[in-house]
Design a protein around this ligand. Structure first.
Ligand SMILES: N[C@@H](CCC(=O)N[C@@H](CS)C(=O)NCC(=O)O)C(=O)O
Length: 191
C-alpha cells in the first residue's frame, strides 16, 4: 500500500492527491502538522517538506517528480500526451511553475504589486488555454494537475476573480467533470 505524507492545506500535496485519484491508486495518508512537524519527517525528506510518498520503505519527495513517477508506475490512464513534442510542452509548464507560484505567495503575504504580478501569470495561462482545452494539450493531464491546486486556492482563499480570464474560467468549469478535482475543491472550501 502506498502512503502519502500529506497536509490538507498544501497545494503540492494536492497535486499528488489528484494524481492518485486519477490513476485509481489505493493509498493511505499520514497527515503532517506543518506548524509542528515531527522530527522523523526529515528522515523521509531532508527538507522536511510534504508531499512524500512511500512504498515498501522506498520514499520519494518533490511533487513534480512524484507526478512523473506515478505516470510511469501506473501508466493507465495516461496523463501525458502520446506525442513527444506535446509531452515536452506540458513539462515546460511544470518546469516554469515557480514563476507562477512566486506572485501567488507574494499575494498571500499581501506584498505590494503582487496582485498585478499574479494577474500577469493568470493571463499567461488564459492565453495558453485560449488555444487548447487543457494545459497538457488535447486532454487533461499532468500540467493541469500541477496548476489547479493554486487556482482553487487563489479563487477561494485569496478572493481572486477568475472571470476576468475567460479561457481559464472555462477550464476550471470543465474540471467539475473530474471527481478528483471536485474532491479537492471541496477540501479547499472547508479549509
Ligand atoms: N518543492 C516541493 C515543495 C513542497 C512544499 O513546499 N511543501 C510545503 C507545504 S505546502 C511544506 O512542506 N512546507 C514546510 C516547510 O517549508 O518547512 C514539492 O514540490 O513537493
Amino acid at each position: 500500500m502506498l502512503t502519502l505524507y500529506d497536509a490538507a492545506r498544501c497545494p503540492y500535496c494536492a497535486r499528488v492527491r489528484i494524481m492518485l485519484a486519477e490513476k485509481h491508486v489505493e493509498f493511505e495518508t499520514t497527515e503532517i502538522d506543518l506548524t509542528d512537524r515531527p522530527a522523523w519527517i526529515y528522515e523521509k525528506n531532508s527538507t522536511g517538506r510534504v508531499p512524500v510518498i512511500e512504498e515498501d520503505a522506498w520514499v520519494l519527495p518533490e511533487s513534480s517528480v512524484i507526478l512523473e513517477y506515478l505516470e510511469e508506475r501506473y501508466p493507465e490512464p495516461p496523463l501525458l500526451p502520446a506525442d513527444p513534442g506535446d509531452r515536452a510542452l506540458a513539462r515546460v509548464l511544470i518546469f516554469r511553475h515557480d514563476d507562477f507560484t512566486r506572485p501567488y505567495y507574494a499575494l498571500r503575504r499581501e506584498e505590494d504589486g503582487a496582485a498585478e504580478a499574479f494577474d500577469r501569470e493568470l493571463a499567461k495561462l488564459d492565453e495558453q488555454l485560449a488555444g487548447r482545452p487543457w494545459l497538457t494539450g488535447a486532454a487533461f493531464g499532468l500540467a493541469d494537475i500541477a496548476y489547479v491546486p493554486w487556482i482553487l486556492r487563489a479563487r477561494d482563499m485569496l478572493g481572486v476573480e477568475l472571470d476576468r480570464f475567460p479561457a481559464l474560467a472555462d477550464w476550471l468549469e470543465r474540471m467539475r467533470e473530474r471527481p478528483s478535482v471536485v474532491d479537492e475543491a471541496e477540501l479547499v472550501a472547508a479549509l
